[in-house]
Design a protein around this ligand. Sequence first.
Ligand code: G1P
Length: 290
Amino acid sequence: MSLKPLKKAVLPVAGLGTRFLPATKAMAKEMLPVVDKPLIQYAVEEARAAGIEQFCFITGRGKTAIVEHFDVAYELERTLAERGKQAELDALRAQSMPPGSIVTVRQQVPMGLGHAIWCARAFIGDDPFAILLPDDLMMCETSCTAQLARAYEETGGNVVAIEEVPMERVNRYGVLDVAEDMGRLVSIKGLVEKPRVDQAPSNLTVIGRYVLMPEVITHLAKMERGSGNEVQLTDGMAKLIGHQPFHGLRYEGRRFDCGDKAGYLEAQVAFALQRPDMAPAMRAILKTYS
Ligand code: G1P
């Protein structure tokens, strides 16, 4: 099977971040740091580790800091150089993006995730593409997007990262109707966005990592409203089932829901404990709370 290589990623970052007000009143929620890196940078690094070369940020009002973050900060670099702060300078340069690798598209109205992705249609063209929702922060030995890319090379078609959640929480997610559970991979016969707990087809849920075929755009373009009266990505994806391969991948690693205050705070602790320069101090602090 000769597949088109996965080189593009769409990162929706237009959300208002109401759950983090007042922190997000004048600041994009994707710029909230975990330890010392903003959420958006974790997502970009994860995608680059999967071989993604072209990025499209779906932005909105008040999100300019995200674009600034990936620009060359000339004055800052010069100041660091003058003060001999080589380590900081190297760290800053290591994260710089190749020229022309990021484009932005504005989602003028908050009509849902499906609408946000549709806004990237010119960027997507006829190519397969990844989607990363930066609120979902992944801690994986192999980049979660790279795991999806590998699965895409095996199966072709669409692959979404999935995890099991307690049944009473399925109403917060896109939920799988399973055709065949093969363990690591699951073939999908249906997808439902935020079903009622008593109507959910399973407790296998889609997390914010996808590899999709460009045909999803045709379905999203119909602008059919779904859950929450929004244009849902899940509904657009469901329309591909039966026409293209569609699999869920039980990814290896952990997800932190940084769209939620408790999840965000847990991520701070977990990521600090992973850092050799921070783990001892963090452990000592945590002991005083147990
Ligand atoms: C979105 C998707 C949902 C998915 C979730 C993963 O929901 O619509 O299908 O399960 O992300 O985080 P949101 O969290 O934006 O409500």
